[in-house]
Design a protein around this ligand. Sequence first.
Ligand code: SIN
Length: 486
Amino acid sequence: MQLKNMSLLQTQLYINGQWQDAATSRQFAINNPADNRHITDVADGAGDDTLAAIASAKSALPAWKSKTANERAIILRRWYELMMDNQDDLATILSTEQGKPLAEAKGEIAYGASYVQWFAEEARRIEGDIIAPPSNDKRLMVIKQPVGVVTSITPWNFPNAMLARKAAPALAAGCTFVAKPASETPLSALALAVLAEEAGIPAGVFNVVCGSDSAAIGQAMTDSPSVNKLSFTGSTAVGKNLLAQCATTVKKTSMELGGNAPFIVFDDADIEAAIAGLMNSKFRNAGQTCVCTNRVYVQSGIYDQFIEGLTSAMKALKVGPATESSVDIGPLIHRKAVDKVQELIDSAIANGAVLSYQAKLEEMGSNNFYPPTLLTNVGPEMAICQDEIFGPVVAVQRFNDEEDAVAAANNTEAGLAAYFYTQDIARTWRVGEALEYGIVGINEGLISNAMAPFGGVKQSGFGREGSKYGLDDYLEIKYLCLGGLA
Ligand code: SIN
């Protein structure tokens, strides 16, 4: 991999400001999903390395939380600037290990950096309260203090942004941090550690432990009494296990878990805008995001026109490796992901779905690519409507009635993101309020940004990332009662 700044390409663990091998000296391989080529080997951290990182975060905590909010803000601002100064290199690392097209990877670096910028600013706005007392000899006050040592486990679909949007509010609040990036994509996290050091983040405040045994690292994090919080983004199944593990030490947690996003297009929608919105929300990162549209509901009056427009938009998509500049869709993360998408499609077709369109792919450098695919005549009982597809597949159902569409959209255990298109202002409010989701895109397919609260309800988890609410997840509320004032 060729970078302007080769020091960003690190392969060791970053603990207490030191680059080091795993305690076992073992390494594991990182491959490029576009051609399955070996990129490099990375230190294979495990439980002992995690405990060392937690110990360093614990000893760095008193000094970091004693800094003024302004001092922390200045350091975080510098980290943001360095991320943007190194945007091209960070994007190259990201797309090489993850597969997303280079332009999209650059977008992710700016997206991740925007959380660091946002929380550098929010660091100065940690405010308490004075409460009217029940008697005149007392004064009641509320202050907010950092939670303490925070650990994170982040996924491979956004190797930069998911980490940045946890680390930035934690550090802004005065917490110290141990990151466990996905084993498929540790290089982006290690590059962030290089820039963290350059920005002046002191040793021990931000640590990265990568490793192939995620369960062992997770267990060390959840068992440790020195860890005050775990913030996780990933599947609902893994989130449930981590929650159960955190129960033994009653840790604070934030859980950004799986989604099953409905996308409803009403007869009164602007059809072109709805197609554009669906293309954005479905095909971002080859369909591999938790907020990607999973189920599409189209009202009967515009159904044929919508499918026709959608098919021609899908025909224009170009699939290929990240290095080709005109590419819209890269490979899926690995072959297992391709097989899972294929199984969902096969099972839907066996149960009556119709394969309305599937792109023909040229021979690629690996067999991890999946063609953009359109399924119609899909039914709610099909696995494709219940599991997260995590691939470039649009699964469409037809509906007649608003109430039925909303009921169908809500008929899932997930509650992360939902989308709908209408030009009727009363319907906008009615449906917006009725959808049981943490995020609702109305006439909009791209809903993620640092200013807005990202998070789900139901089994999509809890906690909010970004926005003015995002710091709360890393702060404890303390009530001070001052008595004897009579
Ligand atoms: C995710 O897939 O978990 C995050 C997507 C986003 O931030 O938009």
